[in-house]
Design a protein around this ligand. Structure first.
Ligand SMILES: [Fe+2]
Length: 208
């Protein structure tokens, strides 16, 4: 009898569990990373074990199983595994506020101003009905703010994501209860890792 080999492992957080306090609690990360993210990866490994998906990269599993919106069961776990790692790396202690670097110029060029980006991002994050995600992405070389429902991400529609905020209730309920707007505001003011966004932008533009 051969043992099931876990293809994907839980990626470590890029900071200590209490590093984002007081803006995101250790308890939130213990559940969000330690329970939710772990479950997405464990379930994905079970679903792809012994299938043709087993040999694919996570990004390829996501695009293949999306099926143009008629998703296979493994899509949700694959996309959630990817989205969460992207989200955890989108934050840092002493982050947030207006960015510097190339992303700053691009925000001014494509979205008018940082203040307008904040307005658009808050709207996307607070108007996503139910569970989902708010993104800053590149589409045809231009920045856009977008929102997606449940596990869907911009990879399936051909955009290149640069920044994401998880607006599932499990992301903020322990710290903010039902106050999603306060969570969004805190993310933008205190937690966004603009260095990572600039690095993602550099990688994306190098491919153009
Ligand atoms: Fe989440």
């Amino acid at each position: 009898m051969s043992a099931v080999v876990a293809k994907f492992e839980l990626p470590p957080l890029p900071y200590e569990m209490n590093a984002l306090e007081p803006f995101m609690s250790k308890t939130t990360l213990e559940f969000h990373w330690g329970k939710h993210q772990r479950a997405y990866i464990d379930n994905l490994n079970k679903q792809i074990s012994g299938t043709e998906l087993e040999s694919l990269k996570l990004e390829d599993i996501i695009t293949k199983t999306y099926g143009g919106g008629n998703a296979q069961p493994s899509f949700n776990n694959a996309a959630q595994a990817w989205n969460h790692d992207f989200f955890f790396h989108s934050m840092t202690a002493k982050g947030g506020k207006a960015p510097s670097g190339d992303i700053s110029g691009l925000i001014n060029r494509d979205l008018g101003s940082y203040d307008n980006f904040v307005k658009e991002f808050k709207t996307a994050a607070t108007t996503q009905f139910g569970s989902g995600w708010a993104w800053l992405s590149l589409k045809d070389g231009k920045l856009i703010v977008q929102k997606t429902a449940n596990a869907v991400n911009p990879l399936v529609s051909g955009e290149t994501p640069l920044l994401v905020l998880d607006v599932w209730e499990h992301a903020y309920y322990l710290d903010f209860q039902n106050r999603r707007p306060d969570y969004v505001e805190t993310f933008l003011r205190e937690l966004v890792n603009w260095d990572t966004v600039n690095a993602r932008l550099e990688t994306a533009t190098a491919k153009l």
